[in-house]
Design a protein around this ligand. Structure first.
Ligand code: ADE
Length: 237
């Protein structure tokens, strides 16, 4: 079983996520555990304070180190989980990063706040992670995105019928277009090849569309892909 511990001042943020769709199924079948830890429970004063002013002056409040260290130490008594902190300047989260994390048994995600976190917290952090070049007001949406992408990679979580979208990025190319019934809708027809029953042709068509889609929408990805000689012919045309 994979375990996520989310260190946050907004544990309620994760309730909907835990109880919806594929993630909820994974939790119920014991494949994953999502433990949203309220940092206030680890505060050291009676007001359960989690933030404080910045030394040297400056706007906003910082997350204090004590609740984070105390929560971390309680969680990692037996073995040391892999520790991430969400930061806008961190390593860019992508499918490869998700695969790496899917190999870890236990992960702590510290949700940073817009104003920041006391720098000493970095001493327990393995990696800083960003979900893109934009600024969120807190790390909670980033933690959610990271968990979703990682959970669907756990064997048994996504069944065959749900796995279509895995095509995109898993081999470095975008996916091919898919259609369902009806065969013609508002004058738009499902490509004949997909209705032909010829699986060899369908395979060629899908590969062609993957390459075409990637070329049109994300040409930057093509530099990193190992294309076969056949693929290169498609690309030249
Ligand atoms: N915290 C604020 N912005 C963020 C981002 N883009 N990714 C991860 N954490 C963040």
């Amino acid at each position: 079983m994979k375990k996520f511990h989310i260190l946050t001042i907004f544990p309620e943020f994760f309730e909907g996520f835990k109880n919806t769709g594929i993630v909820s199924k994974a939790v119920k079948s014991g494949l994953v555990d999502i433990n949203a830890v309220n940092l206030r429970d680890y505060a050291t004063d009676k007001h359960r304070t989690v933030d404080d002013v910045v030394y040297g002056g400056g706007p906003g409040m910082l997350l204090k180190p004590e609740p984070i260290f105390r929560a971390y130490e309680t969680i990692s008594k037996e073995k040391k989980p892999y520790v991430l902190i969400t930061e806008p300047w961190g390593r860019k989260f992508d499918q490869e990063f998700a695969y790496e994390l899917s190999k870890k048994d236990e992960i702590i995600i510290i949700c940073g706040r817009y104003e920041g976190v006391d720098e000493r917290v970095k001493s327990i952090v393995d990696e800083e992670v960003s979900i893109g070049d934009f600024v969120l007001s807190g790390g909670e949406p980033a933690a959610l995105v990271i968990m979703d992408a990682v959970i669907r990679l756990i064997p048994g979580v996504v069944g065959d019928k749900d796995s279509l979208r895995v095509d995109s990025f898993s081999d470095g190319l975008l996916g091919y277009p898919n259609y369902t019934r009806p065969p013609v809708y508002r004058g738009m027809e499902v490509p004949k090849v997909l209705r032909s029953g010829n699986h060899k042709l369908i395979g060629i068509w899908r590969r062609w569309k993957q390459i075409e889609n990637t070329y049109k929408k994300r040409p930057d990805l093509l530099d990193k892909v190992n294309l076969s000689e056949k693929d290169k012919i498609i690309l030249q045309n």
